[in-house]
Design a protein around this ligand. Structure first.
Ligand code: AKG
Ligand code: FE2
Length: 413
């Protein structure tokens, strides 16, 4: 993709909507009043420059650049900053057969975790969820090791690798690694990385407060979700790589949806096993449109089993999340609201089935969206140079059409 000089179109985009309470607060607190182009650039408000560019197929596009160059003068990872292709539309995601790599794994994992190895160590983050591997480079894994890793991620929910060179192997190799585990998801509305629309950009810095603004009307920045669970074939494995991290803060939390299910009483389990819930991408698309973002793929809804069976481990998991699950099909509104509230509180409040990971810029986390929900924890102050600025990218692979207990399958309209 090549970019020509930016057009004279620089917008003051401090969040959702120029008139929101949050936006006004952030402007006062951090930037002062946002009025002219020069003001915006000098105060480094959330700047979106529209550039004429070409997409990966060489087609001319309008590219919204959602960061300020001034903040990233010295950055080695400027190529991974948030942009939006404001032109290229994507058709509905076609259905496909997903062959989960975990099925091909040796259950003992002798390739990934050789017994009595001095070099490779596996540590549990907590009893119920999460493991950390020390002594292996993701970039060097062979296929047998990757298959065993897929199984380990399914079993433990999230696997964290420390001291990785993954962020420096380049986007093509990073995508190739992701593709091994499944078809790569293109986010319907989110920021991506220039030339690589499959990379979901993770960015919160003083030049782009969009993510912060999204949670301003809430008491907390935490929001448990399973990535884009509204898709007909929602994600299996997601991997997150951080390139720059705050010194402290900006952790990620995961909760085990398998343990969440296990904790329920037998009658409630049985009741939920026969039900489907609506997962919707419409709210996310509406918010994106309201914020002036381009909808690259029209939103979809799916009705997934409330209790899902993992295709490799056979584990039963509670497949609802506060991010995208709207209602339980077949129940009266009040019944559905009450039960979802119970389940969402259970997922978000049960510290005894959760793990929290502190990042550094050589850490990569891989999780299975079928058995965990997760949340970013945006507790650092982006207005403070010593605290703020968190940058990374997410590669997301699609899994199978969900299947529940007794073969209950997902449906859609
Ligand atoms: O930034 C994070 O810690 C997690 C963000 C997230 O939800 C994701 O990448 O899917
Ligand atoms: Fe996520």
């Amino acid at each position: 993709m090549s970019c020509s000089k930016p057009r004279e179109e620089v917008q003051c985009r401090t969040g959702y909507d120029g008139s929101s309470k949050w936006s006004v607060y952030i402007r006062r607190k951090i930037f002062g009043k946002c009025s002219s182009k020069n003001d915006i650039e000098s105060q480094m408000a959330t700047v979106t420059q529209i550039q004429e560019a070409t997409n990966a197929d060489g087609q001319p596009i309008k590219l919204a650049v959602a960061y300020s160059d001034q903040v990233h003068d010295q950055s080695k990872y400027a190529a991974y900053l948030p942009v939006y292709d404001n032109t290229t539309k994507f058709p509905p995601t076609p259905l496909f057969d997903h062959d989960d790599r975990g099925r091909h794994a040796d259950l003992e994992k002798p390739n990934l975790l050789p017994k009595h190895s001095e070099q490779v160590k596996l540590v549990k983050l907590t009893p119920r969820v999460g493991s950390e591997i020390i002594g292996l480079q993701l970039s060097q894994l062979n296929d047998a090791q990757k298959d065993e890793l897929a199984l380990l991620i399914a079993e433990r929910g999230v696997v964290v690798f420390r001291d990785q060179d993954f962020k420096d192997i380049g986007p093509e190799k990073q995508k190739e690694f992701g593709r091994y585990f499944g078809r790569l998801h293109v986010h319907p509305v989110g920021a991506h990385v220039k030339d690589h629309i499959e990379f979901h950009s993770i960015y919160l810095g003083k030049d782009n407060l969009y993510r912060l603004g999204r949670s301003d009307s809430r008491l907390t920045t935490t929001g448990y979700h399973s990535d884009v669970s509204y898709e007909h074939q929602p994600p299996g494995i997601t991997m997150l790589t951080l390139l720059q991290v705050p010194e402290t803060g900006g952790d990620t939390g995961w909760t085990s949806q398998a343990a969440a299910y296990e904790r329920l009483s037998a009658p409630l389990k049985q009741f939920l096993e026969g039900l489907r819930a609506e997962h919707s991408g419409f709210g996310q698309a509406d918010r994106a449109s309201r914020d002036g973002h381009f909808i690259r793929r029209d939103p979809v809804k799916s009705y997934h089993p409330v209790v899902r069976v993992h295709p490799v481990t056979g584990q039963r998991v509670l497949f609802v999340n506060p991010g995208f699950t709207k209602r339980i099909v077949g129940l009266k509104d009040e019944e559905s609201d009450a039960i979802l509230k119970l389940l969402f509180n259970h997922i978000a409040q049960s510290q005894d089935i959760q793990a929290r990971v502190k990042w550094d810029d050589r850490t990569v986390a891989l999780w299975d969206n079928r058995v965990t929900a997760h949340t970013a924890i945006s507790d650092y102050d982006v207005s403070d140079d010593a605290e703020g600025l968190r940058q990374g990218f997410r590669i997301t692979t699609l899994g199978e059409v969900p299947v529940g207990v007794n073969g209950l399958k997902s449906e859609w309209d």
